[in-house]
Design a binder for this molecule. Structure first.
Ligand code: ADP
Ligand code: MG
Length: 483
């Protein structure tokens, strides 16, 4: 638990997140218009999305399936009966004057999500609900000096709003929550989780309290669009609230904005209440009734999710929780690792993948899918270590070359003549030379300066450009220095 220290004592931060996740579907929630990102403005707008009078919404079955799949992935209650409501408000990019959403009877109820903290520990937080709703259009303010343009491509796109319980207690936990949720959505194939493109956006509810006291009044920071900003916005907001309260003030429940240039939260409007929206069931849509068998069928097709994969990696491969976390957070990483580990030493494979490969990818700014070193080739490199063709040290050199060129490890070893010297005679000859050239040091060693052993090993490796088998060097040196 991390507390904020104030003059009057410690303050605990309480956070609940509302994540808007754009559903992966070809068409919109209630119309057949396309949802491709980056299309020309207003090129993907049906009469329903533009709210022409008399147009009727028709529910997109695939969007419903995606919401159910997500609910199942969050181990949540699936509500076989749910209702679409109109949430009324005026906005220039909302031509209907209301958003079709779900209020009292959402499609998904309580679920849970396991946080994987960087130190390897984990903690379960509650999911309150998930509901389906339409996205609004977009107002564009920077194309004309005095006009605002409206792009309705996004109008009507299916969103899942996923609401957490106020269970999070630090900016780090909030970040871990968003990371884990994004990972699950990507495994499920229900949202691409791309925060830069706005397909996942986060509202952060923040309050502070003295430990043991009831929850304080919260502020909601709207539409934060990166994990880094989620952390920064929460940290800023919590510190601001502590300052107000310590000065004897009180927190007004309000909606705030995260200013991405000044890195502060700013008041946008006082918090609206549910009754301000005049929610009522949309008379154009029947309640949504799901067949239990249909839900079961979706359940049967769920992929192995990060938590189960993590448990399997720890159980079957004997990996640490930390390594397992790093490997399972993206499916492509987990698959890569399993290809390398198959039939090989799993711990060594995990080490090479998480340290050498991920380190190199990170430095080069590449995703796992873009790795110049294929899983098969990395596996091949480990085989060369295992059969003593090269030492672990030379393997790092070979790996660097593989990362540069994408070549096969065996080809690099041959081309550069890196094959390990395991010929006893050759190693013995080299060691004899070294001992002869350093007679003084040999005498010192024999009179008790044990540390010099390392010096002889170093000389032998240097003389063979690192290619001598280290175990053999050790063994031969022991024997010769004893005599
Ligand atoms: P609203 O529609 O008013 O935003 P919701 O119930 O949809 O209300 O969302 C409320 C969010 O605020 C949830 O994520 C919840 O966990 C969080 N929350 C509720 N009370 C507090 C509090 N005192 N401090 C921080 N977060 C809170
Ligand atoms: Mg809200």
């Amino acid at each position: 638990m991390t507390y904020i220290q104030g003059e009057t004592g410690d303050w605990e931060v309480v956070i609940g997140l509302e994540v808007h996740a754009q559903v992966i579907t070809k068409s919109k929630l209630f119309s057949g218009a396309a949802t491709d990102f980056g299309a020309a403005p207003n090129s993907q707008v049906s009469f329903v999305d533009a709210a022409f009078p008399g147009m009727l919404p028709v529910i997109n079955e695939h969007a419903v399936e995606q919401a159910v799949r997500t609910g199942l992935g969050l181990k949540a209650q699936i509500n076989l009966h749910s209702v679409f409501d109109r949430k009324n408000y005026f906005y220039a990019d909302l031509p209907s004057g209301y958003q079709i959403s779900q209020y009292l009877q959402p499609i998904v109820g309580k679920g849970e999500l396991v946080l994987d903290m960087p130190d390897g520990s984990s903690r379960t937080v509650g999911i309150t609900r998930l509901h389906l709703e339409q996205d609004a259009g977009k107002s564009i303010h920077d194309q004309h000096p005095s006009k605002t343009y409206i792009d309705l491509n996004r109008s009507g796109v299916a969103l899942m709003e996923i609401v957490s319980e106020p269970d999070l207690r630090s900016a780090e936990e909030a970040a871990a929550y968003v990371r884990k949720l994004r990972s699950i959505l990507r495994y499920l194939g229900t949202c691409d989780g791309n925060m830069e493109e706005g397909s996942m956006r986060c509202d952060c509810n923040v309050s502070v309290r003295k430990p043991g006291q009831p929850f304080g009044t919260r502020c909601e920071i709207k539409n934060v669009n990166s994990i880094r900003f989620v952390m920064a916005a929460i940290e800023y907001e919590a510190a601001r609230q502590v300052e107000v309260l310590e000065a004897g003030g009180k927190i007004d429940q309000e909606t705030r904005l995260w200013d991405t240039t000044k890195l502060v939260t700013r008041s946008m409007r006082s918090k609206e209440e549910a009754h301000d929206y005049r929610y009522f069931p949309d008379p154009d849509l029947l309640p949504l009734e799901l067949e239990p068998e249909w839900v079961e069928e979706i359940k049967r097709t769920l992929p192995e999710l990060p938590d189960e994969k993590k448990a399997r990696f720890i159980g079957d491969y004997k990996l640490s929780a930390y390594d397992a976390n790093v490997l399972v957070n993206e499916k492509a990483k987990a698959d890569y690792f399993e290809t390398v580990a198959k039939g090989r030493d799993a711990k060594q494979a995990a080490n090479w993948v998480t340290v050498e490969l991920f380190g190199a990818l990170n430095k080069a700014g590449l995703e796992i899918e873009q790795s110049p070193v294929s899983a098969e080739n990395l596996g091949g490199l480990l085989d060369l270590i295992a059969d003593n063709t090269i030492s672990g040290r030379i393997a790092k050199e070979v790996f660097a070359e593989m990362f540069e060129t994408g070549e096969k490890p065996a080809d690099i070893v041959e081309k550069k003549g890196l094959r390990q010297v395991t010929d006893t005679g050759a190693i013995e000859a080299t060691i004899d030379q070294i001992l002869a050239a350093n007679a003084d040091k040999v005498a010192e060693y024999k009179s008790g300066k044990d540390k010099l052993f390392g010096f002889f090993v170093g000389q032998a490796m240097k003389a063979t450009q690192g290619k001598a088998n280290p175990a053999m060097v050790n063994e031969i040196l022991q024997k010769k220095l004893q005599g």
